[in-house]
Design a protein around this ligand. Sequence first.
Ligand code: CUA
Length: 357
Amino acid sequence: MTQSVLQPVARRCRRLLVTAVVATLTTLVSGCDTPGQPSVLDPTGPAAAQIESLWWLMFWLGLGVFVLVFGLVLYASFRKRTGDPRSPASTPGKWLILFGGFALPIPILAIVVGYNLFVSEAATGPSFAANDAIPDAATSAEWTIDLIGHQFWWEVHYPNQEVVTANEIHIPVGEPVLFRLTSADVIHSFWVPQLHGKLDLIPGQTNRIWIEAEEAGIFRGICAEFCGTQHAMMHLLIIAQPADEFEEWVSEQQQPIAEINDPLLIQGQQVFMGSACVYCHTIQGMNEAAATDTIGPDLTHVASRLTLAAATVENNRGNLGGWILDPHGIKPGVLMPPTRLNSENFRALLFFLESLR
Ligand code: CUA
């Protein structure tokens, strides 16, 4: 009688168990490296390689525990019960509690904590230097980048080279670059999974991190701390280039705006100066005095960037026009207001901005 009542319950438990196993495996598989998305499993720098090794250690240990626990659960579910289930002989032995509760978890947790401490230490400094040789936040290395977080974009300064840009950060391949991070408003977090772990940008504080790319390439970074409506679309690109290409880029970025003779470009420049753009965006050699360049990105070389709107859309005429007329259509909640222009002025402004290479 009791057995016939218990049978449907046991069947339902088994079905639930199978569903749980399938769901867990599906989740594991769907979490694997997705093409086109930055992944910690595709490291291109020494720090990211250390972090990847920690990921795999935790994965294999976790998988071992998962297989063990599910093996025991399956065994308990499917074994034929003999004798009286209430008799003391059928309760799990003390050895299972001692082994499963202490003997097994303690060394596993010790390994994870120990290796985590090792990775944290190894990933802190550049690969070439002893940790005590790392300059503090106030000093700078040859390649130092000041990165300032804003809702919802990244202000980028190369203090030693006097270069200012936004959202796209060029670095030389194979050289550790010192990043000094702070924020102009709320807390953001800098994360380029292929190059390093996460580090917060905190108002009133400077955090530092060394980034090194071992290969040339474009690496997508994201803001990893919720910072407002457009947090999820606060992206950036790290563009790692061979030394000669990088130095060429630096010398181009050091130039102020070139002299303009074309009537359409002159008209575009006048539209820029006569609209709200001028109060938030700086163009070096043109409006440094009028603009507060910490409100919006520096536009001196905007046309040389690959993307617009914090690396969310490709930098082409269509997107540039759409961004100026209706930024909220591309990124709802962004702080840039829409700009109203007649078609002639709009066209001139686009030509002018596209000339800023
Ligand atoms: Cu900035 Cu999230």
